[in-house]
Each structure stands twice: as structure tokens, then as C-alpha cells.
Design a protein. Structure first.
Length: 336
């Protein structure tokens, strides 16, 4: 498939990741508009031709504009890309629904589940926009800053609609940004959600000044829990060994650009959750996701010890060091 014509993308969410994807698509020659929930922020981006709040010093190309009229931008676009925190995903779609254009497909870069219902985002999208909506998710190991810096990056476009995924692959792909296709949307969503919880766990261990042995163990056994959950819910095992599973897990657990990891490090160093969140200043997706995944595990009667201990730390106020010791005190069996 060739880039035979320019497509119009509307990015909903003007944070770091939404801005990075907007810049990527614009650099690839597409017509892009970006819209955030703050009208003052939208106006500032329009005046500055830059997102100084989240991506300072990176000018917008001429084919990237900040939208001042959401309804007009929505009705003219071919693709809507949602890049908001998971807790705002359903509310955002509800806001867009009355003016949703028939020609537009839905794409999201949000990782997590709906905190009110515990549903995955594809379930939320169908419940709001209908079963016929063409939709896909972009996920995988990708920090916004490095994408903007044009550092080599590989991600996954996950969709049950192969035609849509192939179309999007053309518009995102370039010499530094490679996109792989995946038909296991559920598995990709699970990987993108659970890795945030595991990054908090690894961050806690590092904050407690445990070493590489502990970090490696948590990541490996965390991957096993991710796979156990995914298989129980009907996802494909192989999905979790790819970019949206193992790849994203490695990235999020080992680099301090990860908000979830930094949050965990702060907890391990003895800070309160409130202090840790305030120091980061942005949404830490893994906190709410921990409760949602914990509830799912309870419903399906799954043994997910790391998830369980993270729930104890975040919601039952267990001490971080005690949670690690509880994991070590478990009887060991066969690795699975």
C-alpha cells in the first residue's frame, strides 16, 4: 500500500505522547490537528506552533495545527487518535459521539482499563460508538521524547481489522519508526496495562536498594503473571513475548522516563503515595490499573502474587519491604 494521498488525523490529548504521535504523522506528510481539554493550552499551542508545556523547543511543522474548533476538526478527519489517560477514555468518546463522522476510524494510544467498569478500552469503544466502528491500538516500548528525537523505535498496531491496521502502518512507518501488525487486540491491551503495575513493583525494589537479581526476578515472574491473566481472558500467549508484552515491560521497568517506575522508586525510598504522585506531576496509570487487574484476578481465581502484593501496598497500606518479603516467603514450585 502506498501513501497515495494525504489523510487527516485528529489527535485528542495534547500531552507528551499525543504530541509525539502528532509530530510523527506530520513529519510523515499527513495533515494533523491536535486538541487538548484546555482551551488555553490549545490557544497557546496555536500561537507558539509548539507544545511548550509537554514538548518544549520542538516546533510544529506547517501541517500540524492546534485545533480551535473540535467539532469542525472531527467532522473533517479520517482518523481519530485518542491519547488521553485511561480514566478519561470513556468520557472522551462520549463527548465525541454526537458528532462522530461516518468516515472516521478510531485509534488509541492509551494504555490501561476503564477504572469505573473494569472493561478493556476496545469494549468501551464498542459500547459507545457501536460494534461496527473500525478501531486499532498503537502500543509497545516507546517513550515520547525519544520518538520526537527520531531515535529508532518499534511498536505494534493491534487490530482485529487487518485492512485498517495495514492502512495505519503506512502512515506511521518511516526510517526511524517501525510498526508491526498484531491481530490480538486484547493481548496487546493486557500487556500495555499490566506492565505499568510491574514497573511500580520493580521501582519499589530499586528504591529499597535491592539489586539486579531482584529486578530480573520481578520482571520475569511478572511476565508470567501477565501471560497467565491474558490466557485466562482469551488472549494469545505469543502476544506477550512481543513488543506489546515483553518489549514494553522491559522499557517501563528499567528506564526512569517511566512515571510508573519513578513512582515505585519513591515508595521504596519511603515517600508516601501522595508525595510520589506530586513529585511526578502527571498521571501514574499503574495505580488505578492495579486495583482493576486485582479485581479481575479475583474474579477469575488467578494466582498473581506480584499483582496481589502491589494491591496490598497501594490500597491496604502494606509496607513495601514487607511486600517483597511476602513474595520471597511463598513456597516455590515448578516455573510456569
Amino acid at each position: 500500500m502506498q501513501k497515495d494521498q494525504v489523510k487527516r488525523f485528529l489527535i485528542i490529548g495534547a500531552g507528551s505522547w499525543g504530541t509525539a504521535l502528532a509530530l510523527l504523522l506530520a513529519r510523515n506528510g499527513q495533515a494533523v490537528e491536535i486538541w487538548g481539554h484546555s482551551s488555553a493550552h490549545n490557544l497557546a499551542m496555536s500561537n507558539d506552533q509548539c507544545n511548550e508545556r509537554f514538548m518544549p523547543g520542538v516546533p510544529f511543522p506547517d501541517n500540524l495545527q492546534a485545533s480551535q474548533n473540535l467539532i469542525k476538526s472531527l467532522q473533517q478527519c479520517d482518523y481519530v487518535l485518542i491519547a488521553v489517560p485511561s480514566h478519561a477514555f470513556a468520557e472522551t468518546l462520549q463527548m465525541l459521539k454526537p458528532d462522530w463522522p461516518k468516515q472516521a476510524s478510531l485509534l488509541w494510544a492509551t494504555k490501561g482499563l476503564d477504572p469505573k467498569t473494569g472493561q478493556f478500552l476496545h469494549q468501551i469503544a464498542r459500547s459507545i460508538l457501536g460494534d461496527d466502528i473500525a478501531m486499532a491500538m498503537i502500543t509497545g516500548p516507546s517513550f515520547a521524547k525519544e520518538v520526537v528525537q527520531q531515535q529508532p523505535t518499534a511498536v505494534v498496531l493491534a487490530s482485529e481489522n487487518l485492512s485498517l491496521a495495514q492502512q495505519l502502518q503506512v502512515y506511521f512507518h518511516n526510517h526511524y519508526f517501525r510498526t508491526y501488525l498484531c491481530d490480538d487486540l486484547l493481548g496487546a491491551e493486557i500487556g500495555g496495562a499490566v506492565k505499568n503495575i510491574l514497573a511500580i513493583a520493580v521501582g519499589i525494589a530499586d528504591g529499597l536498594q535491592y539489586g539486579s537479581n531482584t529486578r530480573s526476578a520481578l520482571m520475569t515472574r511478572g511476565l508470567a503473571e501477565m501471560m497467565r491473566l491474558g490466557i485466562a481472558l482469551g488472549a494469545k500467549k505469543d502476544t506477550f513475548m512481543g513488543l506489546s508484552g515483553l518489549g514494553d515491560l522491559i522499557l517501563t521497568c528499567t528506564d526512569n522516563q517511566s512515571r510508573n517506575r519513578r513512582f515505585g522508586v519513591s515508595l521504596g525510598q519511603g515517600k508516601s503515595a501522595e508525595q510520589a504522585i506530586n513529585s511526578i506531576g502527571q498521571v501514574v496509570e499503574g495505580i488505578q490499573t492495579t486495583e482493576t487487574i486485582y479485581r479481575l484476578a479475583q474474579y477469575y481465581q488467578l494466582d498473581l502474587p506480584i499483582i496481589n502484593q502491589m494491591y496490598r501496598v497501594l490500597y491496604l497500606h502494606a509496607h513495601a519491604a514487607d511486600a517483597v518479603q511476602a513474595l520471597l516467603a511463598r513456597s516455590a514450585g515448578f516455573e510456569q
